[in-house]
Structure formats: structure tokens, C-alpha cells
Design a protein around this ligand. Structure first.
Ligand SMILES: N[C@@H](CCC(=O)N[C@@H](CS)C(=O)NCC(=O)O)C(=O)O
Length: 245
């Protein structure tokens, strides 16, 4: 079965959390909107497809798996986690990994709102003053609170896991570890100075980032042209004025 991933074709965005899980799993998938318009790809297809489903997703990313059309990044990952052994099978473990992912979703939304604090329909250039205020709080409080929480989660998981541990749930990699990798990469791109200040206190989080980058399937993906570069079109955007000394 080949999955269809529907997401904006030119940015990593929220679709990247799904791409990383599909790549780690070695799953067969088509990144539909990145295909040629003549073959049903392109942004037009992404928009046009949505209303046709009985259970229409509100916004990309969404995943088509046979008869299932699944929206919401964390929901897609919940599905892929079970299918590809990227999540625990027991209920408590599944809920915990979903909780980790939903917290990442909150962080992603706040990261987006730094450059769009007033409205999604406005350009960044039209909300720069508000963005500067929002960025100050994000850099000095929110990044630290979120990443510090993941550091604590890792500190509590590792003693139980023994020597093989190091992942958010202990011994076994889950999709939440892949997403934590993406968060570190994104924040390093968007806020390099703020991250350089925080990283000395985030040894475990950075170790997860490094371990994910070394997974063979992920390393191959990152080196491929399937990995879209960060840019000021995506969620993690680098505007130097939002990340001062
Ligand atoms: N909570 C959703 C958010 C989805 C979302 O905001 N998607 C963006 C792209 S990253 C979009 O295209 N939104 C269009 C809109 O909200 O109108 C998720 O995590 O998947």
C-alpha cells in the first residue's frame, strides 16, 4: 500500500513531521503536491481534493491510506506509529507519545505565531512590530519552557531504559523523537542565537537530535532532494531582527 501525503510542495512545514516518520519507516509514499500537475500533483490539486472527501481535513497535512483520510499532524502520526512500530502498543504508552506530539504541535503553533502574531492573512512585513514583541517572550521564556520540559522527560525516561536508552520513552525510538529532531533543527535555523544560549542546558535533547540524524533512513533522506531546505516561507523562519544578540 502506497500512502499519499498531501502537503504544500515547497516547504517543510507541518508536513515534515509526517515525512520524517514515513522515511524512518521506509514506507512507500507519494508526496502528491510535489508531483507534476499533469499527473494530478501541484498546489491546485491539494486545495481541490479536500472538499471531495466525506471526512474532509481542515488543512494540510493529510494522509490518505486506502479508505482512510487522516488530518491533523499528531493524528497522522498516531496512525503511522501503530502501523510502523514507531509507538508503544499499550494504551498508556500510546497516549504518552500522543501527549508528547501534541505538546510539539503547541510549540509549532507558537513558533508560527511569532512571525504572524496578528493574522495569518497578513504579510510578516505588516506585523513586524507585534512580531518583535512576541519573539522576545518566545525566545526568553517559551523556548526554554518547552525544550526544558523535553529535557526533563528524557532525564526521567533514561534511568529506566538502561544502557540502550536515550529516547523520549526510554529504549525505543518513537515518532515523537523524530519530531523533536525537527523542532531542534527548526529552532536552530530560526533562532540560532537563542538556541546557542539554551543548548548548554539541553544535552539530552541535543543527543536525541544527533541520534535521529544518524539513523540510516533519516540520514539518507536528509541528504536527498526530498528534504526541502528551511526558508522564510515555512513555519520555522529566520528573521535576524527576531533573534538579536
Ligand atoms: N493543527 C493542524 C494545523 C494544520 C495547519 O495549520 N496547516 C497549515 C499548513 S502548516 C495550513 O495550510 N493551514 C491553512 C489554514 O489554516 O487555513 C496540524 O497540526 O496539522
Amino acid at each position: 500500500m502506497t500512502y499519499q501525503l498531501h502537503y504544500w510542495p515547497t516547504i517543510q512545514g507541518r508536513g515534515e513531521f509526517v515525512r520524517l516518520a514515513l522515511e524512518e519507516a521506509g514506507a512507500a509514499y507519494v508526496d502528491v503536491a510535489r508531483g507534476d500537475e499533469a499527473d494530478g500533483g501541484g498546489e491546485q490539486a491539494l486545495m481541490a481534493d479536500m472538499p471531495e472527501h466525506d471526512r474532509p481535513p481542515f488543512a494540510p497535512p493529510y494522509l490518505v491510506d486506502g479508505d482512510l483520510v487522516i488530518g491533523q499532524t499528531a493524528n497522522i502520526l498516531l496512525h503511522l506509529g501503530l502501523r510502523h512500530a514507531l509507538a508503544p502498543r499499550d494504551e498508556g504508552g500510546r497516549l504518552w507519545v500522543n501527549q508528547l506530539q501534541l505538546t510539539i504541535a503547541d510549540l509549532v503553533a507558537e513558533t508560527h505565531d511569532v512571525h504572524h502574531p496578528v493574522g495569518m492573512g497578513l504579510y510578516y512585513e505588516d506585523q513586524k512590530q507585534e512580531a518583535a514583541r512576541r519573539a522576545e517572550e518566545f525566545r526568553t521564556r517559551r523556548m526554554k519552557k518547552y525544550l526544558g520540559w523535553f529535557e526533563t522527560v528524557l532525564a526521567r525516561a533514561q534511568p529506566k531504559a538502561g544502557n540502550g536508552g536515550g529516547w523520549l520513552t526510554g529504549e525505543t525510538l518513537t515518532y515523537a523523537d523524530l519530531s523533536l529532531f525537527q523542532v531542534v533543527e527548526g529552532l536552530r535555523y530560526a533562532f540560532p542565537r537563542a538556541m546557542a544560549r539554551l543548548e548548554p542546558g539541553l544535552g539530552r535533547v541535543i543527543a536525541v537530535r544527533d541520534a535521529v540524524a544518524q539513523r540510516p533512513n533519516i540520514a539518507a533522506y536528509l541528504a536527498s532532494d526530498r528534504r526541502i531546505p528551511f526558508s522564510t516561507e515555512g513555519i520555522f523562519r529566520h528573521y535576524p531582527e527576531l533573534d538579536p544578540e
